[in-house]
Design a protein around this ligand. Structure first.
Ligand code: NAD
Ligand code: WQD
Length: 340
């Protein structure tokens, strides 16, 4: 079992929860994050939540190879989890070069520094967005990929690069995890999703409506071919995502080369079902109005989660009620996020 794990993007939403999960299970955790989309306060909250400190945290851009190499020279790194990336679909259309530079360039820089220091284990953050406009759900890892925006193309490009590098460096072990829609928060109430500005994603938006920061949710379309006409997604509790990474580390040595897994629950939830569940969890009705479809949105994205279940004998355990309850607890205790 790898003992020291370097987590890039460890101060971000999924990274911070994963750090807590790893610390709680005895790993030494080293964080590298340039805080392009996170608060350094998250690092203190990781330690507080886990009851144990990080081994170290560096404010370093993953594209800065000399600085990254110094981190690897300081710590005997057994495995890397690479979260650091830009992730906003709309922004990626306006800033494609920035997205390729950070997401693809950052991954290449990391791979070369890992090679320099003979680090052979990597868990990579991929995304269900690589599937694009899926014609049939649930999506298996063999479903066709057809990314529809620059962000999703950066993730698919990274997967291709990882395949090529694994073909060349035959002792490399890479797991690319395609997350569906991570939501929720750590149940302790100190860690959660803290988006800057207007949230792009539905769950943090709903939470901000519930806490009174926003008037009402705009539901993007109710004329999709789904049971209630609103978009259906596979929401997965961020603590299940975090746990999935810990379990992935236990299986990264199963074989060499590159493997791809979905990380979802296999259950689809519509926007209106999410609104109802959040209203129930928070005890506050969520006002909403139906508006036009959001350009680029698809009707339904749901994972076939059976590959991970078979390979790792592991499944997600937290349901929609837990996702809403934990997201609400964080929002209520931290109405303005980490700035609260
Ligand atoms: P996030 O923005 O909260 O976290 C990303 C972290 O990476 C941030 O702390 C940011 O400061 C850091 N970062 C960005 N560029 C960096 C750089 N050049 N050097 C060092 N650090 C840098 O996002 P998240 O939701 O936690 O997502 C984590 C990963 O999971 C990303 O790779 C994302 O693409 C992927 N993913 C996220 C979702 C989702 O819905 N949240 C779904 C699928 C995949
Ligand atoms: C979910 C549903 C919207 C906001 C994104 C990325 C994807 C992946 C996961 C990173 C849809 C509806 C939303 C709102 C709404 N991330 N909605 N009102 O678009 O499924 O996926 O996050 O890899 O790449 O694209 O997530 O939360 O934005 O939307 O009605 O204000 O909620 O139409 O049906 P999405 P989302």
């Amino acid at each position: 079992m790898p003992e020291t794990v370097l987590v890039t993007g460890g101060a971000g939403f999924i990274g911070s929860h994963t750090c807590v999960e790893l610390l709680a299970h005895g790993y030494e955790v080293v964080v590298v994050d340039n805080h392009a989309n996170s608060s350094p306060h998250a690092l203190e909250r990781i330690a507080k939540t886990a009851g144990r400190p990080l081994a170290a945290a560096y404010q370093v851009d993953v594209r800065d190879r000399p600085a990254l190499s110094r981190v690897f020279a300081t710590h005997q790194v057994d495995a890397v989890i690479h979260f650091a990336a830009h992730k906003a679909v709309g922004e990626s259309v306006a800033l494609p070069v920035e997205y390729y530079d950070t997401n693809v360039g950052g991954t290449c820089a990391l791979l070369s520094v890992m090679h320099e220091h003979a680090v052979r284990r990597l868990v990579f953050s991929s995304s269900c967005s690589v599937y694009g406009d899926a014609r049939t759900v649930p999506l298996t890892e063999q479903s066709p990929v057809a990314p529809t925006n620059p962000y999703a193309r950066t993730k698919l490009t990274c997967e291709r690069i990882l395949e090529d590098v694994c073909a060349h460096l035959t002792d490399l072990k890479v797991l690319a995890l395609r997350y569906f829609n991570p939501v929720g928060a750590h149940p302790g109430g100190l860690l959660g999703e803290d988006p800057q500005g207007v949230p792009n994603n539905v769950m943090p938006y709903v939470a901000q409506v519930a806490v009174g920061r926003r008037e009402r949710l705009s539901v993007f379309g109710d004329d999709y071919p789904t049971p209630d006409g609103t978009g259906v997604r596979d929401y997965i509790h961020v603590m299940d995502v975090a746990e999935g990474h810990r379990v992935a580390l236990q299986h990264v040595d199963d074989r060499t080369g590159m493997r791809v897994f979905n990380l979802g629950t296999g259950t689809g939830t519509s926007v209106l079902q999410l609104v109802a569940a959040f209203g129930e969890a928070s005890g506050r009705p969520i006002p909403y109005q139906v508006v036009d479809r959001r350009p680029g949105d698809v009707a339904e994205l749901v994972a076939d989660a059976s590959a991970v279940a078979e390979a790792w004998n592991w499944t997600t355990t937290r349901d929609l009620a837990a996702m809403c309850r934990d997201a609400w607890r964080f929002q209520e205790l931290n109405p303005h996020g980490y700035a609260s």
